[in-house]
Write a protein of this length. Structure first.
Lengths: 115, 113
């Protein structure tokens, strides 16, 4: 079945360490997104990409970096500059970056914790 | 940012209809109204969306007020699997062909057997 795969499901980070969260989609979607969710809160946009080799900052991009070298993949790196990285991270994709009618499809998330 | 207001929580009895309200008084003419739901430790799931007219699909119905400042998600017959956090979201054009979803805290729906 087509869908979005996020890995790992759980991730632990040591102080001063960068970690990379994987997001792969086989839906042939143009646009991909990364969100952060804190307990009891809604989702906040970190980065998004509408096409390969292009991406834009969302509302809370500081301390994060992304790349979009392939259409199917949009990895997120949580750098040591992100001082409060503990959260639930969600990746999403959408067909046709410029088409408002298409819904976003979400993965099942990665839960990141600090050791 | 375009914002929505929803009740923090609601309860419903199983097999009864549920009406989940949402206020979006600052909606602009090009904003679409989207609804998603989220189960614990899972990603959000798309439910329905609309612009001006009421919409129906296999999951739910969306009733949009004539002035578009409010909308209601209708689950016709609640089941235990419908217990989730429901997000009412405005899909807002943000330039350069991009549309953004701005998530609030949503409404936590509990379904009573």
């Amino acid at each position: 079945d087509g869908g979005i795969t996020q890995s790992p499901k759980y991730l632990f980070r040591k102080e001063g360490q960068n970690v990379t969260l994987s997001c792969e989609q086989n839906l042939n979607h143009d646009a991909m997104y990364w969100y952060r969710q804190d307990p009891g809160q809604g989702l906040r946009l970190i980065y998004y990409s509408q096409i390969v080799n292009d991406f834009q900052k969302g509302d809370i991009a500081e301390g994060y970096s992304v790349s979009r070298e392939k259409k199917e993949s949009f990895p997120l790196t949580v750098t040591s500059a992100q001082k409060n990285p503990t959260a639930f991270y969600l990746c999403a994709s959408r067909q046709g970056a410029g088409v408002i009618n298409q819904p976003q499809h979400f993965g099942d998330g990665t839960r990141l914790s600090i050791l | 940012d375009a914002k929505t207001t929803q009740p923090n929580s609601m309860e419903s009895n199983e097999e009864e209809p549920v009406h989940l309200p949402c206020n979006h008084s600052t909606i602009s003419g090009t904003d679409y109204i989207h609804w998603y739901r989220q189960l614990p430790s899972q990603g959000p799931e798309y439910v329905i969306h609309g612009l001006t007219s009421n919409v129906n699909n296999r999951m739910a119905s969306l009733a949009i007020a004539e002035d578009r400042k409010s909308s209601t998600l209708i689950l016709h017959r609640a089941t235990l699997r419908d217990a989730a956090v429901y997000y009412c979201i405005l899909a807002t054009y943000s330039g350069a062909g991009s549309y953004q979803l701005t998530f609030g805290k949503g409404t936590k729906l509990s379904v009573i057997p």
